[in-house]
Design a protein around this ligand. Structure first.
Ligand SMILES: Nc1ncnc2c1ncn2[C@@H]1O[C@H](COP(=O)(O)OP(=O)(O)OP(=O)(O)O)[C@@H](O)[C@H]1O
Ligand SMILES: [Mg+2]
Length: 255
């Protein structure tokens, strides 16, 4: 089956986390599943921007991106993190090919605003080069940076990695998408919700239970499911391992 895994940037520099992800991907490949591994890089991007004296601002968990931040974002995501993941997988004997949305127009995006607020050079995926992706994932784990090709300018656009994973999963007609983060799922009143529905999401967002990066993540789960993906989960590395072996873990997103 086709599986899209999205791994968050909070732990992408943590050896134990990377070992867990590698083991998971190895197991899935051995079982002949086709994998796209979309990665974020939030923490490292913020770190580089800080050292460049660029202040980071988020609108509903989405990073406002000006031209300088986009350069730094592309460097970290499509360069540093993407290649780090490719190397780690290959070291474990897993064939991996790294690309960003820009390469072979794998993901073409269009600029967006959010509730009328300008987000700078931020876009959402409007087209995926499905033929190329299908060919690649037969042979390789496709390690994908979410930076995408701007349909109108031919430049790059920053795309939140969760949205990119949802778009990829929908265009590819994946059966499963897992948003793997540094939290075990969507937490409400101290416990992980086994499932979240769209109606509950709106309420929990309004009440301030769901904030920051969890907002685009749940929206992405909903988009994926509406886009035809059978199963969407938000969980951590341990939860993803359980899901891969057939046990539910974390939070399933349903409409
Ligand atoms: N109700 C909630 N339950 C769990 N986490 C929540 C909740 N509300 C907000 N969060 C925050 O959402 C964060 C996850 O989103 P974040 O964007 O930081 O990570 P990511 O998407 O995994 O990484 P990246 O953005 O680098 O790809 C958690 O670390 C937590 O701080
Ligand atoms: Mg995020």
């Amino acid at each position: 089956m086709r599986i899209v895994l999205k791994i968050g940037g909070n732990e992408i520099d943590d050896a134990a986390f990377l070992a867990q992800v590698t083991a998971l991907v190895g197991t899935l490949r051995k079982a002949n599943h086709e994998i796209v591994l979309v990665h974020g890089g939030g923490k490292e991007i913020t770190g580089l921007l800080k050292s460049l004296g660029i202040e980071t601002r988020f609108v509903d968990g989405i990073r406002y991106t000006d031209a300088r931040s986009l350069g730094a974002t592309e460097m970290i995501l499509s360069g540093g993190i993407n290649k780090r993941l490719v190397k780690i997988l290959q070291l474990a004997g897993i064939g991996a090919l790294g690309a960003s949305g820009v390469d072979a127009s794998i993901m073409v995006a269009e600029k967006i605003t959010r509730d009328g607020q300008d987000l700078g050079l931020v876009g959402e995926v409007s087209a995926v080069n499905v033929r190329v992706v299908e060919n690649l994932i037969r042979e390789f784990v496709l390690v994908l940076s979410p930076v995408s090709l701007d349909k109108n300018s031919g430049g790059s656009l920053n795309v939140n990695a969760d949205y990119a994973a949802a778009a990829m999963a929908s265009f590819l007609k994946a059966e499963l998408v897992i948003f793997l983060s540094n939290v075990p799922g969507v937490i409400n009143a101290g416990s992980v919700m086994p499932r979240i529905k769209e109606s509950e999401f709106e309420e929990l967002k309004k009440n301030g239970v769901i904030t920051g990066g969890m907002i685009p993540k749940i929206e992405s789960g909903l988009r994926a499911v509406k886009g035809g993906v059978r199963i969407a989960f938000i969980t951590d590395a341990d939860g993803a391992r359980k899901i891969a072996s057939g046990t539910n873990a974390g939070t399933q997103v349903t409409v």
